[in-house]
Ligand binder design. Structure first.
Ligand SMILES: Cc1cc2nc3c(=O)[nH]c(=O)nc-3n(C[C@H](O)[C@H](O)[C@H](O)COP(=O)(O)O)c2cc1C
Length: 170
């Protein structure tokens, strides 16, 4: 099985998750910033990772998801966000990533908290967007993704590969 892990990461959190997934995969594999990915058609499975920006994927992310999630492709999404995993709106945010990827077969979706960089937090506190200001004020994301979350990401990698092998057999 040939697997690609492609990610977008501005402050390093999604990259950490990408590397945890990549390390856990067996078989032929590659890892690349998503902007450097030209074509995913040579891979049996593509992991695509992005941060949440303003309650979902930003426009650039939507474009990249559409580009790499063509019909007939198998993709696994992984998303990081500064809000805790219990955030009530998180389901809606993740659904927006699913929607942008929906032309492909979405094998699974992983998400975890990733720390809000200090510069981003300062910027959020100044923005005229009440929800972002209140998120920055309530921020409890420092140190994320921690070891437990990265272990969960490795479990996700194993689960996705097992699922693909099962589908290939069945
Ligand atoms: C412009 C911007 C908007 C963001 N909006 C949200 C948001 O709506 N909800 C959230 O939970 N995190 C938000 N974040 C935080 C990031 O999703 C989080 O820190 C993520 O782990 C960053 O990943 P990265 O380090 O790979 O860039 C935002 C970050 C930026 C820069």
């Amino acid at each position: 099985m040939k697997v690609l892990v492609a990610y977008m990461s501005k402050t390093g959190n999604t990259k950490k998750v990408a590397e945890a997934i990549y390390q856990e995969l067996d078989g032929e594999k590659a890892i690349l910033p998503v902007e450097q990915v030209v074509d995913t058609s040579g891979y049996d499975l593509t992991f695509l990772g992005f941060p949440v920006q303003r309650f979902g994927p930003d426009p650039k992310t939507v474009g990249l998801l559409r580009k790499h999630c063509q019909p007939g492709r198998d993709v696994a999404l992984f998303i990081t966000h500064a809000a805790p995993e219990e955030e009530p709106e998180l389901g809606e945010w993740l659904d927006k990533f699913r929607a942008a990827a929906s032309a492909a077969n979405i094998v699974g979706v992983f998400d975890c908290q990733g720390q809000l960089a200090q510069g981003v937090k300062r910027m959020m506190l100044l923005l005229p967007v009440r929800r972002l200001r209140s998120m920055a004020k309530r921020d409890n994301s420092q140190g994320q993704p921690d070891a437990a979350r990265l272990a969960r990401a490795r479990g996700f990698a194993r689960e996705m590969q097992a699922k693909m092998r099962g589908e290939a057999r069945g």
